[in-house]
Design a binder for this molecule. Structure first.
Ligand SMILES: [Zn+2]
Length: 289
């Protein structure tokens, strides 16, 4: 099963510093969201592929017509926070208010309940598993926030499953779609999202997707916008991860979509035999068992 997802945010939403005047900064930047989004939609419609779109509330507020268009084409509208702040840097209360705002902005446009979610930068880690209580309260049934390997902004390293599981936390359950991982010499890594997808050659990505039972993807509109400005103040490492091989990414993406069958989270949910899916328990300290 190969699941196609997008995180809908603009070129300046690269996770970086989070100053108190971030909203003013964002509002002053050039809008480029439509460039990558239109390319994505064209490829999906051409190939008749469904996908889940995790969308920032900020984008929904600023560009409701883009969300309306994605929804009208029949794609799943899902939440990616309102202000793209990593989850573990917020209090549970602040986090809930932000996510509630995002969900409301999306639902006001589509008149449909939002049930799927991904945290900015996969920022659900051992120390902020309280997130799952908030997701339950807000009616989220499907989560794609776990990155089961080391990562700058997220990375739930003691979570070892990289396939859909029933995640049990505080007496409730959520269907978890973690990022898919490959292993090499004891290292866990992914090739099917963001900078990783741009970095690895298509020949390797192809082999790994082919042999895997479960592939999760994540792309951004900016991954397919080679002419975007460079955000100021990024570290060298972040610059490399954010801008490496932007020019080749769209061609690779089109190859991937043509070569493999992709579905969205709603379709995946119907195909999975949840009765037989693995169960992962997480306690309030973030221990996984
Ligand atoms: Zn994001």
């Amino acid at each position: 099963m190969n699941i196609l997802t997008f995180d809908i945010e603009d070129w300046y939403h690269i996770l970086h510093k989070y100053p108190s005047d971030i909203l003013e900064k964002w509002n002053a930047y050039e809008d480029r969201i439509h460039i990558g989004t239109d390319k994505i939609l064209e490829v999906l419609l051409e190939n008749n592929v469904k996908a889940t779109f995790f969308i920032l509330g900020y984008i929904a507020e600023k560009h409701p017509q883009i969300i309306k268009k994605i929804h009208d084409y029949g794609f799943e509208i899902a939440a990616h926070s309102d202000m793209h702040k990593v989850a573990y840097q917020q209090s549970p209360k602040e986090y809930k208010t932000d996510l509630e705002t995002c969900i409301k902005r999306l639902e006001d446009i589509t008149s449909e309940k939002v049930v799927s979610y991904r945290a900015p930068g996969f920022s659900v880690r051992k120390e902020n598993v309280w997130v799952f209580d908030v997701l339950k309260e807000l009616g989220i049934k499907y989560d794609a926030s776990i990155f089961p390997a080391v990562r700058d902004d997220g990375g739930f390293i003691n979570f070892t499953e990289s396939r859909p599981v029933k995640l049990k936390f505080n007496k409730h359950e959520i269907k978890e779609f973690p990022m898919s991982m490959s292993s090499f010499l004891g290292n866990r890594f992914t090739t099917t999202g963001g900078g990783y997808f741009r970095f690895f050659p298509y020949s390797l990505i192809r082999i790994l997707v082919k042999k895997s039972d479960y592939t999760m993807t994540y792309f951004h509109p900016r991954d397919f916008d080679p002419n975007q400005p460079m955000l100021e103040g990024l570290s060298l490492k972040r610059k490399f991860k954010s801008y490496y091989n932007l020019s080749g990414a769209f061609t690779k993406f089109k190859k991937l979509i043509k070569e493999f069958n992709f579905i969205d989270i709603r379709q995946a949910d119907k195909l999975i035999d949840w009765e037989r899916a693995p169960i992962v328990n997480i306690d309030k300290e973030g221990n996984v068992f």
